[in-house]
Ligand binder design. Sequence first.
Ligand SMILES: Cc1cc2nc3c(=O)[nH]c(=O)nc-3n(C[C@H](O)[C@H](O)[C@H](O)COP(=O)(O)OP(=O)(O)OC[C@H]3O[C@@H](n4cnc5c(N)ncnc54)[C@H](O)[C@@H]3O)c2cc1C
Length: 485
Amino acid sequence: MGRDWSSLEIDRKARAYAPVLPVSKQPADQRLTHFDEIYYTYEAEMARIEASRCIQCPDPAPCQLACPLNNDIPSALKLIEEGRFIEAANVFRQTSPMPEICSRVCPQERLCEGSCTHGGGVSNAPIQIGKLEKFVVEFQLAVEGMPLGKVAPDTGRRVAVVGGGPAGLAAAEFLRREGHAVTVYDANPFPGGLLIYGIPAFKLSKEHVVRKVEQLKALGIEFVQNTRIGRDIPLQKLCEDYDAVFVGVGANVDVPAKWEGVELDGVYQAGEFLIRANVPVELQPAGLAQSGKPPVGRRVYVFGGGDTAMDCVRSSLRLQREMGYDLDVTCAYRRTEAEMPGCKVERANAREEGAKFEWLTAPVRFIGDDSGRLKAIELIRMTLGEPDESGRRRPVPLEGSEYIVEADTAILALGYWPDPLLGKTTEGLETHNWGLIAADPQTGRTSLPKVWAAGDGVTGPDLVSTAIRGALRAARDIHQALAAG
Ligand SMILES: Cc1cc2nc3c(=O)[nH]c(=O)nc-3n(C[C@H](O)[C@H](O)[C@H](O)COP(=O)(O)OP(=O)(O)OC[C@H]3O[C@@H](n4cnc5c(N)ncnc54)[C@H](O)[C@@H]3O)c2cc1C
């Protein structure tokens, strides 16, 4: 939608002074009693007031440029201000295939809101873009349900999508709307990728993913679950059976930990821990070492500094409350808070919920009792040395600073690697860095003529919105290639 500047009569100065109107969230003590979302939604009048703070920056607005999906945020905010909520929701839908999900999980503080002119202005608080986006899509849902949208007449062309995470779902939807027949193959029992099997329900209720999948099925997309391409069906077979293949397999392998004692009962990898804590048993994938809620003990240590670490901390606090323990969850990070890569908002939420932090701290070994259960952890203090290849100062152990803490549960949130399976089993598919698929970032084209790829499986672990962006670029290129050939 183009912005009509002639009709805008905006007193930018008054807007610049308008104070932020945030949505409230549940008190921490209440949040700990469940795994549901914690934020309330705007009332209509509040949403209009908050949106009316937007000063309608000249086109292209910084918030729009900072959005990986290039959402036309100023136009949506103008419509919200005028009470035209469904039209505003549709503005988000023009560029985003899943605004109900992005509005909840995007780290807006580093994207749209991080670049909002208000952030550095008199009010010093950005427009609450994420919460307004969430409000309008919820409003639309309540009034008219999830809009199905249009599908072009059948083209007779068939596309296979490997991986049903945000990248795969976005590519599948785009291609289906262009009239191609689309089948999604996914290794898990349910589609959604990390939207189901990673991000906890207190950040993103699973119902939104289920509803998205229902919409895609209603559009005619077929889903084949519990099927790992490269093991159950070779990728080459899909290339023979389909006109094009999109690969969005993510990067879901926990970085292996090499410390003594990581095999003890009570020491978890973050991936498995989060699935067991957050995913209903009937949807948990086969192949987990154990299923059901992980029995956290009285003293929990989480190692890592990213969003996954914070998700483990907050899940552990809820599990401790559920199991009747006093709260005792510590996040240990080998650098300082300033170098922590995770989202500040989520860290603040964790603090409110009772998380403790130990900076400049790393594990040395995990110590078990006679039955093979974790009973203590040896830790060491770190200091910061010269910057490493990431530009952050390298953590260096302080010799002689080792100490032992009692612990019943340790969770290792050290990051994720790609699964090398497709690269290993597909002749001619170029990969690098332990299995990331080599693909052109603009078109998603890989070394194989019928195969495109995008998402975390190409970039390494990143964000939902960037995975969608890559998938949409690839899907556009697939559509052009199919139309040309
Ligand atoms: C704990 C955690 C919390 C996160 N929190 C956030 C957040 O708050 N905000 C945010 O923006 N991002 C967050 N992320 C990152 C975000 O979830 C990912 O960047 C995003 O899901 C990547 O999408 P994708 O489609 O590329 O991969 P995935 O979501 O990983 O999906 C890949 C899919 O491919 C399937 N698959 C893999 N191999 C095969 C195969 N061989 N055959 C068939 N199927 C296969 C998998 O089953 C999976 O369904 C988080 C990640 C984690 C781990």
